[in-house]
Design a protein around this ligand. Sequence first.
Ligand code: MG
Length: 480
Amino acid sequence: MSRAARLSLPLLAVLAACAQGSPESSPSDRPPNFVIVFADDLGWGDLGSYGAPVIRTPHLDRMAAEGQRWTNFYVTASVCSPSRAGLLTGRLPVRNGLYGDRTRVLFPDFVGGIQDEEITLAEALRDLGYATGMFGKWHLGDGPRYLPTRHGFDYWFGIPYSNDMMSTLPREERRAAFLDPKIEYWDVPLIRSERDEAGEIVAETLEQPADQTTITKRYAEEAVDFIRAHRDEPFFVYLPHSMPHVPLFRASEFEGHSEAGLYGDVIEEIDWSVGRILDTLEEEDIAGNTLVFFSSDNGPWTAFRTQGGLAGPLREGKGMTWEGGMRVPGLFWWPGAVAPEVVTNEIGSTSDLFATFLGLAGGTVPDDRPMDSLDLAPVLRGEGEGPREEVPFYRGSELYAYRVGNYKAHFITEGEYGLAGERTEHDPPLLYDLALDPGEQWDVATDRPEVLADVTSRALQHRAGVAVARSEFDRRTGDR
Ligand code: MG
């Protein structure tokens, strides 16, 4: 059979249209492209559309105005590594091993990392013929076998872990360094990795320390180049910015850009980067076939006070299982497919992107393992109710809190990330009505015993169904 004869009919139609050079040569017969822009430690309240009073985010606000803004969107963990693992695998960190009880994130030279048995969103989409590019922070293991290019990405330009690691300063000087950050204080490598002509995966350290003042801009420009290069095939771009995780840096053009100081400058540069992506999709005439999603890996790092962001009306921030730690912005933009100016109070999670994107791409979710991924497409299309009713709030391997509908029970609470926090076990658990009280101020456990009993029993049922994997972060021996 000739090659042409094997091509599917929709593809032939696209090719025919291209050959004629007609205006119908749009890529609408292809599965949609996906772009995820994932900020680091940006709070629920840091965007204009989420009520930020001073920081200006016109491009992200445009995503909200032209697309869908979710008010109840969650991550799977309140710190970097496990949150990214939940997004990329569609599975809770306790199931994929990317969590820790002794250490909450991965550090340089740790032996653990993402396991080969896990199927990442990039791998699943690549199997469907997508070009996959990643531009930014990985944080799922820095050993050679954990590289993004070994887990589904054709191309990676970015840093392997957080931008505050590999400090060059004595321990007692490190904290103060965040107030006057200089590039040389953090010896973080900037890496480019891809397959060479022989098909081998190669990784090259481009600079060390990475110039963090230009890193936001360079991630965006690399992503733009990738989009342009792959405009004629389906692509998946994962753009996990290393900002606004401290130390905060921004390009010289953004110094003093915001009235909200250094933190505001950093958010406004991230907003600029989103504008570059949206503009590029429109210039290349593929906006109508591209779903762009924006969120953050966890809430604001409140321990850094004015260098951390705001969680808006939500309580607390990074590292905690209060809402401010794990409820984040969730913006979906897809002109012509996602209706404009929709604000939804449905519940979603970054772990749902796996099933949602796979469904839209014409693929299927793996059925050989427990998944924590629900298809949000009916909400995106405006055709149905959200499938998610429940949200587990884990810290390491322990279930600290559980949400069912508008109610959330806390079984354990503990303090903010980076500071000694007091662990408190609650018996009876605390209970909040998040519809009336998103700030978790008014415990209604004694008023609503029947609700508390229901949420608690559903939490126990969830917990009984989770086989806890070996912790990759607490592992100290083995291959990298
Ligand atoms: Mg983070």
